[in-house]
Design a protein around this ligand. Structure first.
Ligand SMILES: [Zn+2]
Ligand SMILES: [Zn+2]
Length: 324
């Protein structure tokens, strides 16, 4: 914990007073290893946190944003708008991307953070600060579901019922899917997945394979490479595996022969793409009940405790949240 001057919003930026910021597994990776995915080391100590909500307290020059005093959620994938990926509309693949909490950019585990004006979305009164912070992982689920092009009446498996797995399931429910098959080792998380509508819940992907379910789409949200490899045995022929979890280690060994014979499509999902407004709208309209997500809150002074707890591995809560 250090005292630093509050950032000044540059032209086109807004200054956000952070009201809730969740700890994501990717934050814990840097916290534990000192190194982010992709082998990037921060040049100096830096703050984490990219799932957050807050209140606009100042506008930089020419900022095109809601008024000071507006509560907002933030899409933390800040793109240049000029590179070829941005021009193709694939801003999540921007070649000059800036992501708060990814080295070297400080994250939102702070009282204030400056954000680009285009990255904020106003929160209606019926969306809480914590729900606002959780619209970020919900957006990750919305993006993964868009990649899957679900038709509604089909079987979908979700491997890993953490925040991203549950977000993906909730986003798929909005598309009309109700046949969910979930694998999750932590009993409380399995129970929560059941409450949220999962039809069959196993401890591991093997349970779903043994049950002979053959979903058309498998969302790999656990980051467990064995789960990814076995998703090729789980998915039905001509099926689609979407990898949402961050593989660790990044090299995965899997049976290409089976994938080829069964003509399996494999798509890796990258963060989210223009999903913030959709996520906020899904929560505000009651289509997605983020308020039910089990969380535990900590004050800013308790943030070190929250990180230490999160580093022990996943527990019953889907997110530990710091309230600065
Ligand atoms: Zn995250
Ligand atoms: Zn770009």
């Amino acid at each position: 914990m250090v005292d630093v001057p509050a950032p000044e919003p540059a032209a086109g930026e807004v200054l956000v007073c952070v009201r809730a910021v969740a700890i994501c597994a990717s934050d814990i990776e840097i916290y534990e290893n000192g190194c982010a995915s992709g082998g990037i080391y921060p040049p100096e100590p830096m703050s984490q946190g990219h799932e957050f909500s807050g209140e606009i307290v100042a506008l930089g020059e020419c900022a095109d944003a809601p008024a000071v005093g507006t509560r907002v959620a933030v899409e933390p994938s800040w793109h240049c708008g000029r590179c070829n990926m941005c021009r193709e509309g694939l801003c999540n693949l921007c070649r000059n991307i800036v992501f708060p909490s990814y080295p070297p950019r400080d994250g939102a585990m702070a009282e204030y953070i400056a954000c680009p004006d285009y990255s904020v979305a106003a929160l209606p009164d019926n969306v809480s600060d914590i729900e606002g912070a959780l619209t970020e992982p919900l957006g990750v689920g919305v993006h993964a579901v868009r990649l899957a092009q679900l038709s509604g009446n089909e079987k979908v498996a979700v491997l890993g019922a953490g925040m991203v797995g549950i977000s993906t399931m909730l986003a798929a429910q909005v598309q009309g899917v109700d046949a969910f098959y979930v694998a999750e080792p932590i009993p409380e998380r399995r129970e929560f997945a059941r409450q949220m509508g999962a039809r069959v819940v196993g401890e591991s992907h093997q349970d779903l394979i043994d049950a002979g379910i053959e979903p058309r789409v498998v969302f790999e949200c656990s980051g467990d490479n064995a789960a990814f490899a076995q998703s090729l045995a789980l998915v039905r022929p001509n099926g689609h595996v979407i990898v949402v979890g961050i593989p660790e280690p990044p090299e995965i060994c899997f049976d290409c022969g089976r994938a080829r014979r069964n003509q399996i499509s494999i798509t890796f999902s990258r963060r989210s793409l223009n999903t913030l407004e959709t996520a906020v709208e899904l929560v505000a309209s009651g289509q997605v009940g983020l308020g039910a997500i089990p969380v535990r809150t900590f004050s800013l002074d308790e943030a070190p405790e929250a990180f230490a707890l999160a580093a022990q591995g996943p527990g019953p809560e889907l997110r530990l949240i710091v309230i600065p």
